[in-house]
Design a protein around this ligand. Structure first.
Ligand SMILES: NC(=O)c1ccc[n+]([C@@H]2O[C@H](COP(=O)([O-])OP(=O)(O)OC[C@H]3O[C@@H](n4cnc5c(N)ncnc54)[C@H](O)[C@@H]3O)[C@@H](O)[C@H]2O)c1
Length: 386
């Protein structure tokens, strides 16, 4: 493979399910001005398809590759912290997959290693490129929704089979993954929630551990959220329910946003709801509403869009879609939900990072679950990541 002098040389750490997708896009030339310069994986079988690319059997060896500009980390979660710190210490630009770390203390350590502002450090929150969420963000930022009063998000369309959980020894274990649906599938929605509404200041979460699958971590969550302004919310997710739902409602003084099944409506109040309630003399009236339907939107470029943006940030100084620093919020919110469920009490944010790390460590130490693994028979791909 010939690398042009103006091409950004990316090293990929972890060529599993997600890493294979990134490797395919990079080698297909989908990301202009970037080239896959080296790959590494601890599993030699994962490297086998990438014959035209320099290969390493360890991340340490890849990080010593003489001509890398950037790395993309697509390993199991705990290694995001250690490898991210190692890559930043080498002076490389870093794009880390979600979640940026398993727990807040790790995330804080990882972000502290980003000392040089010339180094670009981004996170793979591909849903931030989605046209539907971008439209909602625009409505929120423009003040059309008004002050937030309630958020409801049901995300039960992350259905996963036993074969999925058996497809990797690290999956769905406290020691290997650090959690279940909150750490693997829902970092996307937790990031989106914080991006759109800010971070709640209290959560009261009920998690069921291994409700649907033979796993030790949570595969079903119902969380009640409270925000500093008194707004409340409900966040429900599961990997065991089919058919699933993905429905987001944001209710503000100015109206209601509803996103479900690729349909986005904004119900715009002609008078903000509390002002209407205070000023009308009628008992059973409600504000007049005009309904706006946003069609013609699409899901955007997703992972490819984040990759292109990472390259543009490095080469052109473009603003990042998802700076890694913004990945702390979703990690902390996931931790807060788990802590609330572990201790069966509402949890205030910010959480005590060290106390949570200790709590997780205790789960790991007390684990008696015997993880079953088996190679999947169906296609192994990035199914359902948006
Ligand atoms: N952004 C998204 O939409 C999306 C979707 C799926 C997965 N992910 C994330 O991608 C990451 C990987 O998930 P996956 O499903 O591809 O897992 P996977 O198990 O299929 O692949 C992980 C690969 O990393 C390798 N590996 C493990 N430790 C390593 C190390 N220290 N050095 C080098 N290689 C190492 C493994 O051998 C394996 O091939 C996770 O963080 C996951 O949350 C993101």
């Amino acid at each position: 493979m010939t690398i042009q002098p103006d091409q950004l040389r990316i090293g990929l750490i972890g060529v599993g399910n997600m890493g294979s997708f990134y490797a395919r896009e990079l080698t297909a030339g989908t990301i202009p001005r970037a080239v896959l310069a080296a790959v590494c994986d601890e599993d030699p079988a994962r490297l086998a398809p990438w014959t035209g690319v320099t290969q390493y059997s360890s991340a340490e060896a890849l990080l010593n590759h003489p001509t890398l500009d950037a790395v993309l980390i697509a390993t199991p979660h705990y290694a995001h912290t250690t490898l991210g710190i190692a890559a930043l210490d080498k002076g490389l630009h870093v794009l880390v997959d979600k979640p940026i770390s398993v727990h807040k203390a790790d995330a804080v350590r990882l972000l502290a290693a980003h000392r040089n502002p010339q180094q670009i450090f981004a996170a793979m929150f591909n849903q931030r490129t989605d046209g539907y969420f971008l439209k909602i963000k625009e409505l929120v930022d423009a003040g059309s929704l008004g002050e937030l009063r309630r958020v409801n998000w049901i995300i039960t369309n992350w259905f996963r089979t036993d074969a999925y959980y058996a497809s990797g020894g690290w999956r769905a274990t406290w020691a290997g993954e650090g959690g279940g649906v909150l750490l693997n599938q829902c970092p996307h929605q937790l990031d989106m929630l914080c991006w759109l509404t800010g971070t709640p200041e209290r959560v009261d979460a009920h998690c069921q551990f291994g409700r649907y699958h033979d796993i030790e971590v949570e595969d079903d969550v119902t969380a009640y959220l409270e925000y500093a302004n008194g707004a409340t919310g409900v966040f429900i997710t599961s990997t065991g329910e089919a058919p699933g739902t993905n429905r987001l409602e944001l209710i503000g003084e100015g109206g209601k946003v509803v996103l479900e099944a690729d349909t986005l409506h904004f119900y715009r109040n002609q008078t903000p709801m509390s002002a209407f309630s205070r000023t009308t003399t009628e008992s059973f009236a409600a504000p007049e509403v005009s309904v706006e339907t946003y069609d013609g939107l699409n899901h955007g470029e997703q992972h490819v869009g984040v990759l292109k943006n990472f390259v543009a940030a490095i080469l052109d100084g473009a603003p990042l879609i998802a700076p890694a620093a913004e990945g702390l919020a979703s990690v902390e919110l996931a931790n807060a939900m788990l802590l609330s469920a572990f201790e069966r009490r509402p949890v205030e944010l910010p959480i005590d990072a060290d106390a949570y790390a200790k709590c997780l460590q205790q789960r790991i130490a007390a684990s008696t679950h015997r993880k079953k693994t088996a190679a999947p028979s169906g296609p192994s791909d990035m199914k359902g990541s948006f």
